[in-house]
Write a new protein. Structure first.
Length: 316
């Protein structure tokens, strides 16, 4: 029987094919003879208690131009699909939250949604790390200026980031006595109206911000160390970081083993851990990336592992 797979993602015409993890998933599904149905969040709608969508069935070619065509288009209930991948990139705003409520109606009617809609809402990619304090650097989440200033004074060198960002956006490094300290706190907390996360700076960032991919809690044996360009403290590829594949260390495997049971419990089949040095700094559950970079460097097929798990779940 052909598996009907849906994907909710950003516009497919705007992706960068050679490094797009969602495209890797769709290619693997196509290689198995599955049908891939493409949607954007605005294509979803709720009619009474049914989640429906305008969806387009894709034909894909792994090349950097003209990489897709539409075989057919229809409007149909999402529960006619076997599985839906929610792969929309942040920002994690209320529109994103609303889309998870819609996807939940399809889940209730038997469609497997990856990752589980309620967990996408619950597991903020910064705050979720606080479930695992044994793995994390000292950190503070606050909107209070005084608490933030005290934390920076105590730890002397601190990274500050918004709770809803991605790709290194609006991340600052503050040292004690920095003349911009107050304005950075004011900017990130919107003068006390918005929470921000403060983490002790980890100097091992010079060796890379490691992305560790987990499929149903099992780690891919290699990480992509995103090494900052000179003068930067952010390793994100979007800010010019260089991706270098490395084997997982004993500490990396330990961190993965600490996080894995909760990921499984919450129905998070595909996650990306960000690890700097010995410390977990983020847990990406919305649209983790780095599949194609690791596949290329180590001759892997990470998406195949995910599709195997999906196929097993659908059999169950």
């Amino acid at each position: 029987m052909t598996i009907e797979l849906g994907v909710v993602m950003d516009p497919i015409e705007s992706i960068t094919v050679y490094k797009d993890s969602t495209f890797a998933m769709l290619l693997e599904a196509q290689s198995r003879g599955w049908h891939s149905w493409y949607m954007q969040p605005e294509d979803l709608f709720l009619l009474n208690d049914h989640c429906n969508a305008r969806m387009r069935r894709l034909n894909l070619i792994d090349r950097n131009q003209d990489w897709y065509s539409v075989a057919e288009e229809c409007i149909a209930p999402l529960d006619e699909l076997d599985v839906v991948l929610m792969r929309k990139d942040p920002p994690f705003d209320m529109e994103y939250v609303y889309s998870t409520y819609l996807l939940e109606r399809a889940e209730v009617r038997g469609t497997l949604v990856i990752n589980r809609p309620s967990s996408l809402r619950d597991c903020n990619e910064k705050l979720f790390t606080t479930w695992f304090p044994q793995c994390c650097p000292p950190q503070l989440v606050t909107r209070q200026h005084g608490l933030a200033a005290d934390f920076i004074e105590e730890h002397a060198d601190v990274i500050v980031k918004p709770l809803g960002g991605m790709g290194g956006a609006s991340i600052f490094r503050i040292r004690n006595q920095d003349p911009n300290l107050n304005v950075i706190i004011e900017t990130l907390t919107d003068h006390g109206r918005r929470y921000a996360m403060f983490q002790r700076f980890i100097p091992e960032i010079t060796a890379g911000d490691k992305r560790i991919l987990l499929i149903d809690g099992s780690p891919v044996p290699y990480a992509l160390a995103r090494i900052p360009k000179p003068g930067e403290t952010r390793g994100n590829l979007a800010t010019g970081g260089q991706g270098v594949g490395i084997p997982l260390s004993e500490r990396d495997l330990w961190i993965a083993s600490e996080v894995a049971p909760i990921l499984r419990e919450k129905g998070i089949l595909f996650a990306g851990l960000d690890v700097i040095g010995d410390y977990l700094t983020e847990i990406n559950v919305t649209s983790p990336t780095c599949i194609r970079e690791l596949d290329k460097q180590f001759d892997l097929n990470i998406a195949a592992g995910l599709m195997d798990v999906i196929q097993d779940r659908l059999k169950d």
